[in-house]
Design a protein around this ligand. Structure first.
Ligand code: 5RP
Length: 237
């Protein structure tokens, strides 16, 4: 199967399959969003159907919920679960401290709530997402549709005050229309280049009233399963 895939897709595939091995009988599992997470959901579905693995999954987006049901995973809400043993999710970037940028797929709010409600978060990623300093990938920030241009202005002011380089801030669009998240919000993508102090930026962004959540995941991930194009898998703790 993995032989038919491009090197990047193979890297995602092998990382996802390795991470799925951390899921054990009876667990309540947070199911991430994105192409890498989709491989993991498919693999868990195989284990449910073929090995009779009993798990309950809390998806982090409507897309993931649909896929999870399709492959035979019992889907429950976070309210029903209350807590989770493990969340496995993708990322857009991770650094040496295992801080992350997430939200490229627009699901950062549910992803952060679910990861925070989990005993453990494992990230699955291809090796290209391994960076020394976060920020080459535009940082997604979820904002309320109400007054979003004002919120954008406040974000720009904050970046200037914090002397963050780059600073181009753009509303994510699908064609002409603003992108709408599962929670009915919009996303600002912040082109920053380098984020020297991700923890400080994450805290400061969330002080702005129209900001719902930002895509910096600080101190949530404890293990990254890194896939390589040649099929190798590396674990980074
Ligand atoms: C969605 C995310 C994804 O996990 C992230 O964008 C990585 O996606 P992919 O696995 O498709 O590269 O944060 O909001």
């Amino acid at each position: 199967m993995s032989q038919d895939l491009s090197p990047v897709e193979r890297a995602k595939y092998v990382a996802a399959r390795r991470a799925a091995e951390f899921v054990e009988e009876g667990m309540q599992v947070g199911l991430g969003t994105g192409s890498t997470a989709a491989w993991m959901v498919r693999r868990l579905g195989e284990r449910v159907r073929e090995d009779g693995l009993k798990i309950r999954g809390v998806p982090t987006s409507t897309r993931t919920a649909e896929l999870a049901r399709e492959v035979g995973i019992e889907v429950i809400t976070l309210e029903e679960a209350g807590w989770l043993d493990l969340t496995i999710d993708g990322a857009d970037e991770f650094d040496h401290a295992l801080n992350l940028i997430k939200g490229g797929g627009g699901a950062l709010l549910q992803e952060k709530i679910v990861a925070t409600a989990s005993e453990r978060m494992i990230v699955i990623a291809d090796a290209a997402k391994d960076v020394g300093t976060l920020g080459a990938f535009p940082l997604p920030v979820e904002v309320t549709p109400f007054g979003w241009p004002v919120t954008q202005g406040l974000v720009e002011k904050l970046l200037a005050a914090m002397d963050v380089p780059g600073r181009a801030v753009a509303l994510r669009r699908v064609g002409e229309r603003p992108y709408v998240t599962d929670e009915g919000n919009h996303i600002l993508d912040l082109q920053l280049g380098r984020i020297e102090d991700p923890a400080a930026l994450a805290l400061a962004l969330n002080q702005i009233p129209g900001v719902v959540e930002n895509g910096l995941f600080i101190g949530l991930c404890t293990l990254v399963v890194i896939g390589h194009g040649d099929g190798r898998v590396e674990l980074r703790e």
